[in-house]
Ligand binder design. Structure first.
Ligand SMILES: Nc1ncnc2c1ncn2[C@@H]1O[C@H](COP(=O)(O)OP(=O)(O)OP(=O)(O)O)[C@@H](O)[C@H]1O
Ligand SMILES: O=c1[nH]c(=O)c2[nH+]cn([C@@H]3O[C@H](COP(=O)(O)O)[C@@H](O)[C@H]3O)c2[nH]1
Ligand SMILES: NC(=O)CC[C@H](N)C(=O)O
Ligand SMILES: [Mg+2]
Length: 547
């Protein structure tokens, strides 16, 4: 399951010019109904050594079958099967003899197409959910729940539920909000689950997928993989040729790995640019400047642009507007840095042309870049890019997830202090102040954040916690009593989460002594804060960042 054993969703791999990659067994096609997780499903199938790629739900049944799939997986999606214009599927797809597995919306589509019932029961389930497996029935010879326990915790994200399975199906499991949570018709090789087996937080998810692929569909693990590093270095060389590139470098994992790959491809024709947008954490810019260059030897230019960003953000409170402004100003800052970079490289008059970004697949899908996927939030480096972008983007990691990127970083020899670093969003503290972003509010948040981070580190929990945003509720006040006097200060939110790829997350159960220490220190040392609250929401339904 390492980065180097995963394949992107790239049609070239199945093209006739690439006979080596053309498997005797047709691909498992993931029909994307606008899911956040379609790419994750394809990745999990490939991790089971079966080739998989994604097709849009707008493809007709005939077109899908013409691709010769060995099996189909219908993904989740934001629609309700009852909504007008909701994507549907005719029964022909299920009658073609090709094994089909439905996940969440795909499960509901399958149930509806074959005569089952889907209803809005009013019982919605998001995040961790208990399901009871019906062990009495136990579909023979193969069930998708083989080798999983009678009671298990899965991750759900649904409002509609299947209340009656179609004829010929056996109901395998139920939950409080999903009377039919899994079903199978082993004879017709059709099966489905209401939950998400593809996310890491679903404990037996990979087993369920394997049960479908090997037990129900009878596939063989024939897919072997190629090396991501070799492939990406070759792609970058082809794209950039003899040109020059700048890389937006934040000190985070993704840009560090992207920079290392591009450096391997084009050497010192790469210059890294760290934009100090005034939204960084305490001492962060200085730290990246020293430690990063020492560890990697990259050519680093620091663009000091706090005035540009804070000016543009003045008076803005809407999260998407903030994100778009930050995305635009990042590009303006890179353009301004370009001239300086060329001057330093004595190539005035030329153009850099290429901008390297550490964009990952989750940034793209959350920005609404998947097939029919909802926009959850516009990541500054994707959905926040301005229309008049003149750089050609170089994004060697855009098909990968964070755990894969960390693995690539390790293979490239980057130190653990960089590849193990907790993520920090490009828009920085700008999306952790709920309300307008001002110098004063940034200063409050920076001081509180520094305390929380120092205490987490002192407790030795940096590796266990994926990240811990500290969020300032700048427009909220609450009453307190300090030194026998009344205060009317701001609350601050701690959002520690565990995750593997940021697609799903759970709130971290931090020791209460640690929470007490953080709360005590922040309220004592940061005058403007008189209350510390803990966010105990999983993703879904929450996201990790508040904006
Ligand atoms: N302050 C910054 N200066 C320059 N580029 C930046 C900055 N912040 C973010 N970027 C660019 O935006 C991309 C996306 O940011 P993101 O935070 O997702 O990645 P990262 O910072 O590299 O890694 P991590 O997820 O570990 O924080 C980065 O890879 C980088 O190319
Ligand atoms: O570079 C980034 N630019 C962005 O605009 C952005 N928004 C969220 N994040 C990070 O992405 C991961 C998932 O975050 P959410 O659960 O809040 O969507 C978490 O790790 C977030 O910190 C961002 N990173
Ligand atoms: N994640 C999903 O596929 C959700 C399916 C559908 N939109 C529901 O809420 O039930
Ligand atoms: Mg970052």
């Amino acid at each position: 399951m390492s980065a180097v054993t995963s394949q992107p969703n790239h049609p070239d791999h199945l093209s006739p010019e690439n006979p080596e990659a053309t498997p005797a067994q047709g691909p498992v096609l993931v029909v994307d109904y606008g899911a956040q997780y379609a790419q994750l499903i394809a990745r999990r199938v490939r991790e089971a050594d079966v080739y998989s790629e994604i097709v849009p739900h707008t493809m007709s049944t005939q077109e899908i079958l013409a691709k010769g799939p060995s099996a189909l997986i219908l993904s989740g999606g934001p629609s309700s099967v009852w909504a007008e214009g909701a994507p549907q599927r005719d029964a022909a797809l299920f009658e073609a003899g090709v094994p089909v597995f439905g996940i969440c919306y795909g499960f509901q589509v399958m149930a509806q197409a074959l005569g089952g019932t889907v209803a809005k029961t009013g019982m919605r389930e998001y995040g961790s959910t208990d399901v009871a497996v019906d062990v009495t029935g136990g579909a023979e010879p193969a069930s998708i729940l083989d080798q999983t326990p009678a009671s298990q915790t899965v991750w759900m994200s649904h409002g509609d539920s299947v209340t009656a399975a179609p004829d010929g199906f056996e109901v395998l499991a139920s939950s409080a909000g999903a009377p039919v949570a899994a079903f199978v018709d082993a004879t017709r090789k059709l099966a489905g689950v209401q939950w998400h087996p593809e996310v890491r937080h679903t404990e037996f998810g990979q087993q369920v997928l394997r049960n479908f692929l090997f037990g129900i569909a009878g596939l063989k693990p024939t897919w072997s993989t190629e090396n991501i590093i070799d492939r990406e270095v070759a792609r970058i060389r082809e794209q950039v040729g003899e040109g020059r590139a700048i890389c937006g470098l934040s000190g985070g994992v993704d840009s560090a790995v992207a920079a290392a790959l591009v450096q391997q491809a084009i050497g010192d024709r790469l210059t890294c640019v760290l934009v100090d947008h005034g939204l960084m954490r305490q001492d962060e810019v200085e730290q990246v400047e020293q430690d990063f260059v020492a560890a990697t030897g990259v050519n680093l230019h620091i663009a000091r642009e706090a005035d540009r960003f804070l000016g543009a953000l003045s008076g803005v409170t809407d999260p998407e507007t903030k994100r778009k402004i930050i995305g635009r100003e990042f590009i303006r800052a890179f353009e301004a840095a370009e001239a300086q970079v060329l001057l330093e490289a004595s190539s005035e008059g030329a153009r850099v042309g290429y901008l390297v970004q550490g964009t990952l697949y989750p940034d793209i899908v959350e920005s609404g870049g998947g097939e029919g996927a909802s926009t959850i939030k516009s990541h500054h480096n994707v959905g926040g890019l301005p229309e008049d972008l003149e750089f050609e983007l170089v994004e060697p990691l855009r098909e990968l997830f964070k755990d894969e990127v960390r693995e690539v970083g390790r293979q490239l020899g980057l130190p653990e202090t960089i590849v193990g670093r907790q993520p920090f969003p490009g828009p920085g503290l700008g999306i952790r102040i709920i309300g307008e972003v001002t110098e004063h509010r940034l200063d409050i948040l920076r001081r509180a954040d520094a305390i929380a981070r120092a205490e987490l580190t002192a407790a030795g929990l940096d590796d266990e916690v994926w990240q811990m945003p500290v969020v300032l509720l700048a427009d909220v006040h609450s009453v307190g009593v300090q030194g026998d006097g009344r205060t009317y200060g701001h609350p601050i939110v701690l959002r520690p989460v565990s995750s593997e790829d940021a697609m799903t997350a759970d709130w971290s159960r931090l020791p209460s002594e640690l929470l007490a220490r953080i709360s005590n220190r922040i309220t004592n040392e940061v005058e403007e804060i008189n209350r510390v609250v803990l966010d105990v929401t999983s993703k879904p339904p929450g996201t990790i960042e508040w904006e």
